[in-house]
Design a protein around this ligand. Structure first.
Ligand SMILES: C[S@@+](CC[C@H](N)C(=O)[O-])C[C@H]1O[C@@H](n2cnc3c(N)ncnc32)[C@H](O)[C@@H]1O
Length: 211
């Protein structure tokens, strides 16, 4: 279980968007095109961080929930979203939601940070809480062939993962070696419906559903 007293994002939460929005904003736009939401939908962002992605779904009128293990990141999300989304401190490996609660479950740049067995549990939890006809969107590192732009982006990512801390780097490498989302998601009970590779092969967006 994640321990909120050891907030690894405590020091960077205030600067997170300044650093990451140049990467996150285009990813968000692609994710939105792949799976837009509307006011009849329920949405959960797992590892929602500062809530920048969640805001796009809030703006669509969907009923939105965000969960994160970092009090500091959630503080940023609360400042951004106020009461427009229900934000919760929690652990992705034990989601506090009933089975089949959400039309759309979303997670971005989160799963690679976890150890392999924790990641599998988090994926299974997402599969559990999405409705039978709902969809999951995952944005994360891609494991496959890269173009020159991808190698450059991957080198920058490598530095960022090292700066982010020992655990990040320790978990990121086995994530890549294990085959990433394409290999792990089906083992956690959720099937890939589509895959969109971006950033020269450094990242991808997957739409998934229950088999
Ligand atoms: C790299 S940030 C990504 C934030 C946001 N999704 C984005 O795309 O900008 C990873 C987030 O996952 C959260 N996190 C890490 N382990 C977690 C866990 N076990 N349960 C829930 N959130 C977790 C961190 O606190 C952090 O906010």
């Amino acid at each position: 279980m994640a321990d909120p007293t050891k907030d690894t994002y405590g020091r960077i939460a205030r600067f997170y968007d300044t650093l990451l929005e140049p990467v996150n904003a285009p990813l968000r736009a692609i994710g939105w095109k792949l799976h837009p939401t509307n006011s009849s939908m329920t949405v959960l962002d797992v590892g929602c961080g500062t809530g920048a992605h969640l805001e796009a779904y809030v703006d669509s009128g969907a009923e939105c929930f965000g969960l994160d293990a970092s009090p500091a990141m959630l503080e940023q999300a609360a400042a951004r979203l106020g009461d427009r989304a229900q934000l919760e401190l929690g652990d992705a490996t034990a989601l506090p939601h009933k089975d089949a609660s959400f039309d759309f479950v979303f997670t971005s740049l989160f799963l690679h940070e976890l150890g392999n067995s924790v990641r599998k549990t988090a994926l299974s939890e997402m599969a559990r809480v999405v409705k039978p006809d709902g969809r999951v969107l995952i944005i994360d590192y891609y494991v496959g062939s890269m173009r020159a732009k991808g190698y450059l982006a991957r080198s920058v990512s490598m530095v960022a993962e090292r700066i982010a801390g020992r655990d990040h780097f320790r978990n990121w490498r086995p994530f890549l070696r294990s085959g990433g989302i394409a290999t792990m998601a089906p083992k956690a009970g959720i099937s890939i419906e589509s895959e969109k590779v971006v950033a020269g092969g450094n990242l991808a967006l997957w739409i998934l559903r229950k088999p």
